[in-house]
Design a protein around this ligand. Structure first.
Ligand SMILES: NC(=O)c1ccc[n+]([C@@H]2O[C@H](COP(=O)([O-])OP(=O)(O)OC[C@H]3O[C@@H](n4cnc5c(N)ncnc54)[C@H](OP(=O)(O)O)[C@@H]3O)[C@@H](O)[C@H]2O)c1
Length: 297
């Protein structure tokens, strides 16, 4: 099969489309014929050699953790899906014709493979940070960097739970945020004052890592009411950095439920063929993705 991989850390040009053995699923896992793979910032962070989490990357390495596709082989003990089912989920080396998933759910009938590939990691992250920041129905959540993949999920999950959101995004995404039910302002100079004018803030999320932790603490009045997923300096302000992926085992089922109820839809900004994975990484790294970018197979 063909897969995207890299044999050295570096820029997008270290990515190669290579031949590889079709992976076996192993116990408790499934193999899918990948139809689409989600492009997440963690994919290019690992390719660059950034140290994230406990597991060092072994070279050569495949790329990608999110995918949607058709179940092709079941590992020992798997009983909740059958060969031929359409699923979306998380695994490894998903920018490939075949990939092994460690977590999955059946795709709701209403979504395409391209859309479905964009949900797994961002919904897991969104559910995790909403839980960790402790915001309740009837309260107001400020989201810095609200128009990306994680932000799009946070806004819609919060709306479904009766939480008011004030989101910051670029000028081009103000109407996008309002369309997801949020109050919106830009992140240009003077944003804390504009946020104050939009309402009282009970809790805040930093999803962009743009150096705003001090302001988020000021606006909430309590560092325990702020969580960051993108600023490693957050703990210096007494603010939690949330980084343990996979801690929300029901995330995929929750995503499927929200999608089926028409409460969650993350747009695909752009789809790229496997041969253009480097372009997808460069575009994601530029930092202005609305929703998700995906690789199509
Ligand atoms: N720790 C974890 O568990 C975890 C999990 C998932 C992601 N992450 C990290 O969280 C970040 C967001 O992930 P993502 O997938 O949502 O990224 P994404 O889809 O690439 O979105 C990035 C967003 O950042 C916004 N942005 C750019 N500059 C900004 C600024 N100065 N102020 C506020 N917003 C700004 C952009 O909005 P405009 O286009 O409107 O400018 C864009 O929508 C990434 O750094 C990723 O690595 C961490």
């Amino acid at each position: 099969m063909k897969r995207v991989s890299f044999a050295e850390f570096g820029g997008p040009d270290v990515l190669r489309l290579t031949d590889a053995e079709v992976p076996g699923p192993g116990p408790g896992r499934i193999r899918i014929a990948v139809r689409a793979a989600g492009v997440n910032p963690v994919d290019w962070r690992l390719r660059e050699g950034q140290k994230l989490g406990a597991h060092p990357v072994e070279l050569p390495s495949g790329v990608g953790q999110d995918a949607a596709g058709v179940v092709d082989e079941l590992g020992e003990g798997v009983r909740d899906v059958e060969v031929g089912d359409h699923v979306f989920g998380e695994g490894s080396s998903t920018y490939a014709e075949f990939a092994v998933l460690t977590a999955w759910a059946r795709m709701p009938g209403s979504v395409t493979f391209q859309e479905a590939a964009g949900y797994p990691s961002v919904v897991e992250t969104a559910l995790r940070v909403i839980r960790e920041v402790g915001v309740r129905p009837g309260q107001t959540l400020l989201v810095s960097g609200a128009s990306g993949g994680v932000g799009s999920a946070v806004l819609q999950i919060a709306r479904d739970r009766g939480i008011t959101v004030i989101g910051t995004a670029g000028e081009a995404n103000q109407d996008y945020l309002r369309g997801l039910g949020a109050l919106a302002t830009t992140y240009e100079k003077g944003w804390p004052e504009r946020v104050r004018q939009l309402g009282r803030v009970d809790a805040a999320l930093d999803l962009a890592g743009s150096g705003v932790i001090r302001e988020l603490v000021d606006l909430t009045g309590d560092p325990r009411k702020v969580v960051s997923i993108a600023d490693l300096g957050a703990p210096e302000f007494g603010v939690r950095f949330s980084g343990v992926a996979g801690s929300m085992p029901d995330a995929l089922a929750t995503a499927a439920d929200l999608i089926s109820r028409g409460k969650l839809r993350i747009p695909v900004e752009k789809a790229y063929p496997l041969t253009e994975a480097a372009k997808a990484h460069a575009d994601s790294r530029a930092g202005h993705t609305r929703g998700r970018r995906v690789i199509v197979i």
